[in-house]
Write a protein that binds this ligand. Structure first.
Ligand code: SAH
Ligand code: F3S
Length: 481
């Protein structure tokens, strides 16, 4: 993963790697926000490819435009609104064009979206994608359509995602949906609903299919993967009483991780995202046991101050967090960590901010994703706490956090120099067409001159000669497999 010290995160237009013959309608599908949205878009593309649509990368030729939206910060929502207004002219030129919003913003704003944004015809929440074909019948008949019902069961387990605009090397596999944690700043529990885990059999099947199709890296996805839980015989709802559930064999996240690692031994396994309060030591033990579980954990902490962690409703202290990561290092000595930090949460003082900086120095994160606090309507923090840190202080503290992470990344990158690393090639270097780009088990980006018949999807050994803050500069040593 490349360093991203930016307010907003990913955005991308998705086109299918393979088109379905016979489909004549065109879908322009653009995703914003977290990896989960990108993964959900693959489910949406799959449902619509069964209903006459192939994807296009040109909105001008689309019959249906869908934006899979993000609500995590105010700015993410602004980006979507701007994008929507950009489609006004298209809609004028082609009245039959349907424009829809999916995902978190659809769920948060519901009918308001249809009222506020006159050019939106369709609003669909994250648990309602199966109803898209029926909703499109409504829009085709000239009526607005909406389904924002959240589900306690929907995991789309049986839908085989259409892999979109990827590199054919790395794929996402969703294992949990929703989140029950209620971190006070976070809108996700409201937009994605209750937490539920996907049937492990369907997860393993999807991983095997990906391996057979040549994929070499799978990221297991969820808002909070560490609380993955599946009970022996069947879905949780099959058990009449809690006591019956307890008797059944439970599959926790670490067991699932081990099962996936064994099912596809030649594929690298990663996972995201974790919350430290749900992370178990067994996950690191599993990582130590299996070479193909990558030695990298994204472990958002948000703040280094215990007082702020309590206000954020994070269920761990700074000390417990440090202890967990130090113990993980004893089990997996070359493990790399990355963080998410929020600068300027309600009531944050200069002393709290210093605690964040000192925690970062203590952990020495490889990467970071850092944000200024953005108050979200309806969240516990919005109801109970004032957004009282002045904008300039937030901005300065964020800049200090970003600058420190830059220094730490440089220090961490230096530790990889002068050594050989196993690298999975995932594409061409953006700066130099004569070089491959890949990543190490620690998720460090590495570039090196192309050699012989090496290609994306190959595991190679690379000697790292030098580095920049975000990239290892290497030399090809040998082809592995
Ligand atoms: N488990 C989730 C995390 C949710 S959001 C996942 O799958 O990624 C990702 C990050 O956005 C959080 O870790 C947090 O650092 C940041 N974030 C969430 N709500 C925010 C808010 N209201 N203001 C600023 N940053 C926020
Ligand atoms: Fe949000 Fe906390 Fe869940 S950050 S996604 S409520 S773990």
């Amino acid at each position: 993963m490349e360093q991203k010290y930016i307010e907003d995160h990913m955005q991308g237009t998705a086109t299918a790697l393979k088109e379905k013959t016979g489909n004549i309608k065109k879908l322009f599908l653009e995703s914003y926000g977290c990896q989960m949205n990108f993964s959900d878009s693959e489910i949406v593309a799959s449902i619509l490819s069964e209903n006459g649509y192939n994807t296009t990368q040109f909105p001008e030729e689309a019959d249906l435009i869908l934006l899979n939206t993000c609500s995590i910060r105010e700015k993410a929502e602004q980006t979507v609104r701007q994008r929507l207004s950009g489609f006004k002219q298209l809609k004028k030129n082609k009245p039959s064009l349907t424009v829809g919003v999916l995902g978190c913003m659809a769920e948060r704003l519901k009918e308001k979206f249809l009222e506020q944004e006159k050019l939106v015809d369709l609003v669909v929440g994250p648990d309602a994608y199966r109803s898209l074909p029926q909703l499109l019948e409504e829009t085709e008949a000239g009526r607005d359509a909406i389904n924002v019902i959240l589900s306690k069961e929907e995991t789309y387990a049986d839908i085989s995602p259409v892999r979109l605009s990827g590199n054919g090397v790395s794929a996402f596999v969703t294992i949990t949906r929703g989140c029950d944690n209620m971190c006070s700043f976070c809108v996700v529990p409201f937009t994605r609903g209750r937490e539920r885990s996907r049937d492990p059999h369907s997860i393993l099947e999807e991983c095997r299919e990906l391996a057979a199709a040549g994929y070499r890296e799978i990221t297991l996805l969820g808002q909070n993967v560490d609380s993955y839980l599946w009970y022996g015989g069947g879905p949780k709802k099959d058990f009449a009483k809690a006591s019956e559930m307890q008797q059944a064999t439970a599959i926790h996240f670490h067991s699932l991780l081990g099962m996936v690692a064994e099912a596809v031994p030649e594929v690298w396994i990663r996972f995201a995202t974790s919350n430290p309060q749900d992370m178990r030591i067994e996950v690191f033990e599993m990582m130590a046991r299996h070479e193909n579980i990558c030695n990298y954990v994204h472990l958002p902490v948000q703040s280094g101050s215990n007082r702020i962690l309590t206000l954020m409703n994070r269920q761990h202290t700074r000390e417990e967090y440090i202890q967990l990561l130090k113990y993980a290092k004893t089990l997996v000595p070359d493990i790399a960590f990355s963080q998410d930090m929020i600068a300027g949460f309600s009531t944050e003082t200069e002393a709290d901010h210093q605690d964040t900086l000192s925690l970062m120095r203590e952990i020495e994160y490889d990467y970071g994703y850092m944000f200024a606090y953005s108050i979200r309507p309806g969240t516990p923090a919005h109801k109970k706490l004032e957004d009282d840190v002045p904008f300039d202080d937030k901005k300065r503290r964020l800049a200090e956090i970003i600058a420190l992470q830059g220094e730490l990344s440089r220090i961490r990158m230096q530790t990889y120099v002068g050594k050989k690393h196993k690298v999975l090639i995932d594409g061409e270097s953006k700066k130099n067409k004569n070089q491959w780009r890949g990543r190490t088990t620690q998720n460090a980006v590495c570039v090196f001159d192309k050699f012989d018949d090496t290609r994306p999807g190959d595991f190679v050994e690379v000697f790292v000669k030098d580095c920049t803050q975000g990239t290892l500069l290497g030399e090809f040593v040998r082809h592995l497999y």
